[in-house]
Design a protein. Structure first.
Length: 288
């Protein structure tokens, strides 16, 4: 009841003109959904979500797999000739460190990193090595062409450590004998990764992709804290996603029925993405 009932309520409210503050509302049918299709800001937010959906899972999983492979089996000279690179224990701690911080704290930290004056970490560092323009520093979070890429970087940076640990745990369950056999056959790092590690980690990668896809469909807290404008999405809707536009309509514009329609669309898209991902990435189970 605690999970299903709110979904039922949201779907029912999406067919009304509910303002959110009043208990009175009128049935309007599919008007809210028709308006969504004509709403340029919503379409733009949907496009941004699609970009996040492609880049964030792809980049995060690729980086995490690389790091996990290097700290587990990327070295040579351990038991059976298989070990992580030198200092792999230290790297595990460093890469996982962002996970001990909440999303809100990460957003505040990166807001300081991306500051548009010379006190920002990026601009200050660029000026220190003679690459920055002190009279005209880059406005990372206020530039429509840069803001979404800055957000993608934070999402990938924050998630890579967690999924590195997830993939590391899966790699440690793979018998070392398999790697030893590959080494005896003359396999290099690249061949070992693609012929041994990747097939045996496929189910874990599949799970990670679904979770990252769900994250890409939301990302409300990170974007709303990092970017200007009510509930984020600035400048000029350049970093708008469905969740930020939904909250603005719900809280600021008092168009709660319209916002509920966005929530229903977001739910359907998330379900579709999850099902398609699981279907396309389905393979025969490999036993070891």
């Amino acid at each position: 009841m605690l999970v299903i009932w709110p979904y039922i309520q949201t779907i029912s409210y999406s067919f009304t003109d509910w303002s959110g503050a009043s208990q009175n509302f009128n049935f309007v049918g599919f008007d809210n959904y028709t308006e969504l299709a004509k709403d340029d800001v919503f379409v733009k937010a949907l496009q941004h979500n699609a970009l996040l959906l492609v880049l964030v899972p792809t980049l995060t999983i690729l980086l995490s797999l690389f790091f996990a492979f290097m700290v587990n089996v990327g070295g040579r000279g351990g038991a059976g000739g298989v070990s992580g690179v030198k200092g792999s224990g230290f790297y595990r701690i460093i890469f996982f460190f962002p996970q001990v911080l909440s999303i809100a704290i990460l957003a505040i930290l990166f807001k300081a990193v991306y500051r548009g004056d010379d006190s920002g970490l990026i601009n200050g560092s660029l000026q220190a090595i003679g690459l920055g323009d002190k009279s005209n520093p880059t406005e990372w979070l206020n530039d429509p062409d840069l803001v979404l890429w800055c957000i993608i970087f934070v999402m990938v940076w924050a998630g890579a450590g967690f999924y590195m640990v997830l993939f590391s745990a899966a790699m440690q369950s793979i018998p070392k004998d398999i790697y030893e056999a590959a080494l005896l056959d003359g396999a290099g790092r690249l061949q070992t990764f693609f012929r041994v590690t990747l097939p045996l980690l496929w189910e874990t990668i599949q799970t990670a992709w679904v979770f990252l896809a769900i994250l890409s469909m939301d990302a409300f807290l990170l974007i709303s804290t990092l970017t200007s404008q009510d509930f984020g999405g600035g400048p000029d809707h350049s970093s708008e996603v469905i969740s930020t536009y939904l909250m603005r309509n719900f809280q600021t514009y008092s168009k709660s029925g319209y916002a509920c329609a966005m929530g229903v669309v977001m739910l359907l898209l998330t379900l579709i993405v999850s099902i398609v991902t699981l279907r396309l990435s389905r393979r025969d189970r490999i036993e070891f």
